[in-house]
Design a binder for this molecule. Structure first.
Ligand code: FAD
Ligand code: SF4
Ligand code: SF4
Length: 493
């Protein structure tokens, strides 16, 4: 097959990912996509035409050499393919599962111009799973110690990536995490039916084996300040990767009723605190018969599908239409297969509670979309028609703002008016000397791979700074409180 020409390759049909059927999977938390077989993976990899100037690499925030690893899969060299991915991506099994590929690497794949793009994410997942299940992973060699100590604050994808990159350059690394286990949103937000826990645990174990130290149950800003770490604990540099975990609400009447949650609280109780196993585990959760979820992003899809698995009748309320839903396309499709109710063009205006302040209904205004404005965007506008649905539990899934504790406790860290930590866009230096930042804390709520890309840039510059190759320079960081945080410009640096 190696001698196939581009036309023949492009004629090969896309290999769909096999899925657990909807009617079965809503009764368990097993992973929904089953994964390619070796034959399916090789067949899908054959669809890549090995472009001379592969746009897909620029579309990946960590710059994986995509055609090279696809060619290795096509040749049946699966362990080598995983190794190739690992040259630039420390979390391939997670990224292959949760990356919004349709907006990143696959969005710019030329094969996708006339049909389905090459299934890069599915193939990345296949190679990473092969490596894990066949034990072909080889531990990286750590260079001689540099004598420098760095602290990483937060153990989400940004913190873990920074820890990996810094350790790989010979620095001593200590990760401080507020929760009792590592992984950030990958553990307490993204559900097990999308990202199994053992994948994250193995990546953390790998870091431990590399000599990275983890300190759990430690809230930096509350228990220890940044200055404590720099002055008393004698760290030479710090990386802030504390994410965006401050939930947004709508500010409508009734939000303080019993039975109203933010998605963060709801999912964290279930996945980190095992609330769905109350009283076996001590954290309870109010799981009504009818659950309403407000929003239509990834978090909303996860909340809807989790509530369904816990046995509720579940409805999504969103003020725009399905076409504008910000969730990954695949996530919406999978959710649609799981017997949920959809109330598109419904804008919640009030939560109605009973005499005991328990939620009993949600009131929405029906919306319509305006004509496109100059940017082509169609705004939802009220129709003046209202509907009320009886409901027992409501979960707000409207995204999150940046965790405020560190900027609130260290005034040298400059933030913009939305609380985003301002950094130099090339080096990820913050306004406090020796302190770098990356991930959702510098972008606002974003994606795993963008958090990793940011952390990598920060770690490479921390290394240069620690080795005296660059000087501290924050002259380019904006003083304008309206300036935006870091924005993905569609191409890696
Ligand atoms: P986080 O993952 O938030 O990690 C931050 C860590 O810092 C946490 O562990 C937190 O406990 C810790 N921390 C916070 N403050 C302190 C402190 N003061 N001291 C010590 N530790 C602290 N992205 C995708 O790409 N694909 C998806 O499908 C997807 N689905 C999502 C579904 C849900 C439900 C949610 C909530 C998010 C989803 N995302 C998805 C977004 C993605 O998870 C985030 O963009 C990503 O995790 C950000 O990584 P991070 O390391 O910057 O922050
Ligand atoms: Fe695509 Fe994400 Fe893999 Fe990069 S890490 S190649 S963006 S799936
Ligand atoms: Fe292969 Fe698509 Fe990348 Fe071209 S753009 S090298 S076809 S994956």
């Amino acid at each position: 097959m190696a001698g196939l020409n581009s036309k023949e390759r492009m004629a090969i049909p896309f290999v769909h990912m096999p899925l657990n059927p909807g009617e079965k999977r809503i009764h368990n938390f097993d992973e929904v996509p089953i994964g390619y077989t070796a034959e399916q993976a090789m067949q899908e990899a054959r669809r890549c035409i090995q472009c001379k100037k592969p746009g897909c690499i620029g579309g990946c925030p960590v710059g994986i050499n995509i055609p090279a690893f696809l060619e290795l899969i096509e040749e049946g060299k699966f362990a080598e393919a995983a190794k190739k991915i690992r040259e630039t991506n420390f979390l391939p099994a997670a990224c292959g599962r949760v990356c919004p590929q349709d907006k990143q690497c696959q969005a710019v794949c030329v094969v996708g111009k006339k049909g389905d793009a090459v299934g890069i994410g599915n193939l990345e997942r296949f190679a990473a799973d092969w490596e894990r299940t066949h034990g072909t992973f080889t531990a990286p060699v750590i260079p001689a110690p540099t004598g420098k100590r760095v602290a990483v604050i937060g153990s989400g994808p940004a913190g873990l990536t920074a820890a990996y990159e810094l350790r790989m350059r010979g620095h001593e690394v200590v990760v401080f995490e507020a929760f009792h286990r590592g992984g950030g949103v990958m553990v307490y937000g993204i559900p097990r039916f999308r990202l199994p826990l053992e994948i994250i645990d193995e990546d953390i174990k790998m870091l431990e084996n590399m000599g990275v130290q983890f300190v759990y149950d430690m809230i930096i800003g509350n228990v220890l300040s940044l200055d404590d770490l720099l002055v008393n604990e004698k760290f030479d540099a710090l990386f802030i990767g504390t994410g965006a975990g401050l939930p947004k609400m709508l500010g409508i009447p009734g939000e303080n009723s019993n039975g109203v949650y933010s998605a963060n609280e709801y999912l964290t109780r279930i996945y980190l605190m095992q609330a769905s196993h109350f009283p076996r585990y001590t954290t309870p959760i109010e799981q009504g018969k009818r659950v309403g979820v407000i929003g239509a992003g990834n978090t909303a899809m996860d909340t809807l599908r989790t509530a369904k698995r816990l046995g509720s009748e579940v409805t999504c309320y969103y003020r725009r239409t399905r076409d504008e839903a910000p969730a990954r396309t695949e996530e919406v499709e999978h959710a649609e297969q799981e017997f949920l109710n959809w109330k598109w063009l419904h804008n919640p205006v009030e939560i109605i509670a009973d005499a005991n302040n328990n939620v009993k209904a949600i009131k929405c205004e029906k919306m319509k979309l305006s004509d496109p404005d100059s940017s082509g965007r169609r705004k939802p506008v009220g129709t003046g028609e209202f509907v009320t649905d009886e409901i027992d539990t409501i979960v707000f899934s409207l995204g999150c703002d940046v965790n405020p504790i560190i900027p609130a406790t260290d005034k040298e860290i400059r933030i913009n008016k939305w609380g985003i930590v301002m950094v130099d866009k090339d080096t990820n230096m913050t306004t406090k000397e020796k302190v770098f930042a990356g991930g959702d804390v510098v972008t606002g709520g974003s994606t795993v791979i963008l958090a990793m890309g940011q952390a990598k840039t920060a770690a490479l510059n921390m290394h240069k700074y620690l080795m005296g190759e660059i000087k501290w320079d924050i002259s380019k960081i904006s003083t304008d409180p309206n300036a935006s945080g870091i924005v993905w410009e569609g191409k890696n640096k």
